[in-house]
Design a protein. Structure first.
Length: 150
């Protein structure tokens, strides 16, 4: 609201100066200052929007750090197909494949990985695929323990 008031005040002052002096060049000069002021005030929104449009990794998140953090979870051997992008200026999404040891409980590792990326990196929307090490398909993994109740 303050910036809108400042722009309006600049227009009024320019009109008053033109009225007093008759110098019409004041109008385009003030217009350039107003345009520069608006661009300066909206630059971060413009760059964030452009990054979102190009599906760029949000500022402040390093995919290598995310991959390393996930690889440090107990039972995780490796990560691949890691993709991180902005859903909005405040929400981030992630997809990743986790290569795990054959005896790892897949339900537990999924919960841990989701909580980990949310806590460390603020990533609230994650899609994680679990694959067993030395296997080509997740279906080849030992079955997850489904004996627990929710």
């Amino acid at each position: 609201m303050v910036s809108d008031a400042a722009v309006s005040a600049a227009v009024v002052v320019a009109g008053y100066l033109i009225f007093l002096t008759g110098h019409r060049w004041i109008d385009p000069v003030i217009s350039l200052f107003v345009a520069a002021f608006i661009l300066w005030g909206t630059w971060s929104l413009l760059t964030e929007s452009l990054s979102m449009t190009l599906a760029g990794v949000p500022k402040g998140i390093d995919p290598d750090q995310v991959s390393r953090a996930l690889s440090e979870l107990p039972g995780v051997e490796d990560t691949h197909h890691l993709h991180i992008w902005a859903l909005s200026t405040t929400e981030t999404a992630l997809t990743v494949h986790l290569v795990v040891e054959p005896d790892v409980n897949r339900d537990v590792i999924l919960r841990q990985a989701r909580a980990y990326v949310h806590e460390l990196f603020g990533i609230s929307h994650s899609t994680i695929q679990v694959e067993c090490g030395e296997m080509d398909h997740a279906d080849d993994c030992a079955p997850a323990d489904h004996g627990h109740t929710h």
